[in-house]
Every structure is written in C-alpha cells, then in structure tokens.
Design a protein around this ligand. Structure first.
Ligand SMILES: *[C@@H]1O[C@H](CO)[C@@H](O)[C@H](O)[C@H]1NC(C)=O
Ligand SMILES: *[C@@H]1O[C@H](CO)[C@@H](O)[C@H](O)[C@H]1NC(C)=O
Ligand SMILES: *[C@@H]1O[C@H](CO)[C@@H](O)[C@H](O)[C@H]1NC(C)=O
Ligand SMILES: *[C@@H]1O[C@H](CO)[C@@H](O)[C@H](O)[C@H]1NC(C)=O
Ligand SMILES: *[C@@H]1O[C@H](CO)[C@@H](O)[C@H](O)[C@H]1NC(C)=O
Length: 272
C-alpha cells in the first residue's frame, strides 16, 4: 500500500510541467566592450531584450549555459536585434552533460539554417527533446556572436546523483552554494555512489573535491551534514582529527577521502 503511494508520488514528481528554465551560469568565448560596457554572456538571460551578449569578432565563437541540473530540453528560443552584424545562420546548438571543449563535445541538437532578426526564433532538436545540463550555441565562421535573449524550455529531471560544481570554494561556501540550489553537499552512502563520484571527480579542475562530511572536535566524530550515519567510508591514511576539518575526495588515483582544513578551496559535489 505504502509502496504504491510512494510510486504514485514519484510519478507525479516526474510529470512536472514544462517551463522556461530560470537561471544558470553562462560563459562565452570573449566579451566585447564599448564605452565602459562589457557585453557579458549573462546579458542573454537577463530578461531584457535590449541588452545583448556580444563576443569579439573571431572564428568559432560560442556562448554556453550551465543549467545547474539535468533537464529534458524541448525548445531553445533565441531573440536577436535586427542589426547588420547579427548573423546566426549556420550556427549550431549543442546539448549534453560535458564541459569538454566548452560543450562542443556534446551532441548537436540542431543546426540553425534560418534565422529571423528582431523576432523570437524557436528551435527544436532534430531528434526530439534532449537530456542535458549544458547548452552551447556555436557560431561558425569569422564573425561576432550576438545573443540578446535565450530562453530554454524544459522539464527538470531528478538528478540521479551528484552534480559537480567546477569552482573552487571553501567548505562553508560550497555548503551554502549547494543550499541555494536546494541541494546538499555530497553524501556518499555506499560503494556505488563512491564509484560514481570517483568517475565524476576526474572532470574537476582541483586535486580534491569537497564532500558533505565534517569533523566536530568538540564531540570528536565525523558526520554527514545531511544527518545520515557514517556507515560507508573510503578514508586514506591522511585523516587528522582536528578542529575545522572537512572531508575531500582525491580526484585522481584511488579517490580516497582526506581530511582537509575547511579554508582550503576545491571543486565540490552537490546532491539532491
Ligand atoms: C546526460 O545524462 C543523462 C543522465 O545520466 C543521460 O540520460 C543523457 O542521455 C545525457 N545526455 C547526453 C546528450 O548524453
Ligand atoms: C514549452 O514547450 C511546450 C511544448 O512545446 C509548450 O507547450 C509550452 O508552451 C512551452 N512553454 C513556454 C513558456 O514557451
Ligand atoms: C574506494 O574508492 C575506489 C574508487 O571508487 C574504489 O575502487 C575502492 O573499492 C573503494 N574502497 C572501498 C573500501 O570502498
Ligand atoms: C581550482 O584550483 C586549482 C588548483 O588547486 C586550479 O588548477 C584550478 O584552475 C582552479 N579552478 C578554478 C575554476 O579556478
Ligand atoms: C587556513 O587557516 C589556517 C589557520 O588559521 C592558516 O594557517 C592557513 O594559512 C589557512 N589556509 C588557507 C588556504 O587560507
């Protein structure tokens, strides 16, 4: 009876309606500057059609967004000014889970063959909706990439596990970063999650990644900040029991856990 109810509840959670995805972290190849204004990448998601992201004139410009979660993406809507330098033809949209080569290692959603300036252009992927965390718009040829507004329509998928945040933060800052996403710092419950984390950690750019595991020197024990008990561990021999220590997994080798002073800065995992 209870399991049926749980099943129904999880089905309802999965059937969340499609919506425009809010927020995310944007990047672009280069930033055009003029009169003290930097035409940064986040101007394409600021909700203002008048402000545009604008790269320098160069070949193979790209703009991308990290949606900070896994989404099933059905449509990408692009608005651009009607301006002589705007040329989106032969650009492509890529979607996937990789940040390799700025998202170009992901699968191509579609190629833009037709673009109406001064209008909202809606693009769907050639193979139907696609699952991914990163969306990249790639402009081929030696030209500027201008994007006034980009909207992405999709459904949030429950993250099957861990989300790597490739930014160096102290343990406390990492903790609050995950909380702003309504997530927790990583919890590793068993060897399967450890294996997944070990694999994902190889994509990070720091020698360690923070885990949501903290040492309390007043009470003298390690604890998961989500309240779970410490049943599974994969400690290295380098574990000091000192105040202000948290656990971090090495991103190479055997991916063992080390105690680290919490003011060091590493990449980290958020988890749901
Ligand atoms: C992204 O990851 C999800 C979940 O692991 C997977 O289902 C999806 O196919 C991946 N997307 C791409 C484009 O590889
Ligand atoms: C998102 O896409 C769906 C399906 O194509 C559509 O019904 C819905 O109106 C779109 N939402 C927005 C806000 O564009
Ligand atoms: C520690 O993690 C590594 C990498 O995932 C794994 O190969 C090894 O079996 C783990 N050791 C234990 C004791 O779980
Ligand atoms: C994070 O720190 C490592 C050194 O520990 C450095 O190589 C890497 O570039 C830093 N990453 C970012 C995004 O600043
Ligand atoms: C961390 O704090 C300790 C003690 O206050 C200090 O000695 C150390 O230099 C700090 N490390 C970093 C990376 O800030």
């Amino acid at each position: 009876m209870w399991s049926l109810l749980l099943l129904l509840m999880s089905l309802i959670a999965v059937l969340k309606t499609e919506e425009l995805i809010q927020g995310g972290k944007t990047h672009q190849t280069s930033e055009y500057e003029d009169g003290g204004v930097t035409y940064g990448s986040n101007r394409a998601i600021d909700g203002n059609l008048e402000t545009c992201a604008h790269s320098l004139k160069q070949s193979n410009s790209w703009w991308n967004i990290d949606l900070l979660g896994l989404y099933e993406i059905s449509e990408i809507i692009i608005y651009d000014v009607d301006h002589q330098h705007v040329d989106m033809t032969d650009s492509s949209i890529y979607i996937g889970n990789s940040t390799e080569t700025n998202g170009l290692a992901n699968s191509r959603c579609t190629k833009i063959t037709n673009f109406n300036k001064g209008k909202k252009n809606t693009f769907k992927c050639d193979e139907g909706s696609m699952l991914g965390r990163y969306v990249t718009i790639y402009s081929k040829g030696n030209r500027v990439l201008i994007l006034c507004e980009v909207w992405i329509n999709g459904t949030r998928k429950a993250d099957p596990g861990l989300m790597l945040i490739k930014e160096n933060k102290t343990w406390v800052d990492a903790l609050s970063y995950c909380r702003t996403l309504n997530m927790h710092l990583a919890y590793i419950s068993d060897i399967e999650v450890q294996a997944k984390a070990a694999f994902e950690s190889t994509q990070s750019n720091s020698p360690f990644v923070w885990l949501g595991l903290r040492y309390t020197c007043t009470l003298d024990f390690w604890f998961w900040i989500n309240g779970h008990s410490l049943d599974y561990t994969n400690w290295s021999t380098h574990t000091e029991k000192e105040c202000d220590m948290s656990a971090a997994m090495e991103t190479t080798g055997d991916h063992l856990w080390y105690s680290k002073p919490d003011n060091e800065t590493f990449n980290f995992f958020c988890t749901e």
